[in-house]
Design a protein around this ligand. Structure first.
Ligand code: UTP
Length: 301
């Protein structure tokens, strides 16, 4: 294996150009990344995770109909002025806290949804020749510390490329990309060298129950591989295909995230995320739990 760069991870890429067909009709005019989990859009939760990890520059791969995501990360002048006039200091402070500093966001358009691999490739000029974080906004990783923070800490030890994984039940491994891993490393025993990655293994053949979860640290050599790549499964340019090629040249590690993961690209995952995030919010948890208990009792009764 060749030595790979150990530079600090400063930039994070968020691919948000997908069509969200599994969530129609909600996603006809509203990007699925703007659907709210409690009172924050899904994309804001994921940007929060990246900020907690020390990311300094946020790169969004957008498409037509997604301009509202850019607006969300800007000042809303009329709103700010009205809040100020009404002395709504707390709301103003909350908005200011979420606002990325000027010049720390970049938006580029994918133009056509040719697949996740193609979306990542669209970030090549903005990321440049340095390792970067990649966060799939659909997948909410709920836990403390956040998934990306843990991954960056692991990266400081390992270098190379890191893919987050989580344990799924053995009878569900055929639905996921699965990592074949070696002996655990790291202080917490949650970092493993990856021997292979298998996309949706046939039932009973999975090398482990560690599913790839949508958080990555990748070396910039991935861009050259994505550029040369033909369309793969589903006629799309697949990220996994280029990662498999890169894994022949560079180290890949799995970071096991031990928190909870919600697939907000799916209706049930999105609903569960809302319940879980609401129950972990000190300001509304007690009232929400009481309502939820009452609803469950009514449904059972
Ligand atoms: P998904 O396949 O989950 O998103 O891609 P999708 O295509 O929007 O969803 P469905 O299947 O139609 O419901 C994972 C991530 O990659 C992005 C998506 O926005 C999502 O965050 N993506 C996917 C792109 O940015 N471009 C693409 O061409 C495909």
């Amino acid at each position: 294996m060749s030595k790979t760069s150990r530079n600090r991870i400063r930039k994070a890429v968020f691919p948000v150009a997908g069509l969200g067909t599994r969530f129609l009709p909600a996603t006809k005019a509203v990007p699925k990344e703007m659907l709210t989990v409690v009172d924050r859009p899904v994309i804001q939760h994921v940007v929060d995770e990246a900020r907690e990890a020390g990311i300094e520059h946020f790169v969004f791969i957008t498409g037509r109909g997604k301009a509202v995501i850019e607006d969300h990360f800007d000042i809303q002048f009329e709103l700010d002025r009205t809040l100020a006039e009404r002395n709504k200091t707390r709301e103003l402070e909350a908005l200011a806290k979420d606002l990325p500093a000027a010049g720390t966001t970049s938006f580029t358009r994918q133009q056509a949804p040719l697949g996740l691999g193609h979306a990542v490739w669209c970030a090549r000029d903005i990321v440049g020749d340095e390792p970067f974080a990649l966060l799939l906004p659909d997948m909410l990783h709920h836990g403390s510390p956040g998934a990306m923070k843990g991954m960056i800490e692991a990266y400081e030890e390992t270098g190379g490329n890191i893919v987050a994984v989580y344990e799924v039940p053995d009878d569900q491994t055929h639905q996921y990309g699965i990592a074949d891993v070696g002996q655990a490393r790291g202080k917490a025993g949650n970092v493993f060298p990856i021997n292979a990655m298998v996309e949706k293994p046939a039932r009973g053949t999975a090398p482990s129950n560690l599913a790839i979860s949508g958080r990555y640290i990748l070396q910039p050599e991935i861009f050259g591989l994505l550029e040369k790549q033909e369309r793969g499964a589903g006629g799309e340019i697949q990220l996994t295909d280029s990662m498999l090629t890169l894994a022949r040249q560079q180290d890949f590690f799995a970071y096991r995230f031990d928190g909870d993961i919600y697939d907000c690209g799916m209706k049930t995952g999105f609903l569960m995320a809302n319940v879980a995030y609401a129950l972990s919010r000190p300001d509304i948890a007690a009232a929400f739990r009481a309502d939820l208990d009452a609803l469950m009792a009514k449904l059972k009764g």
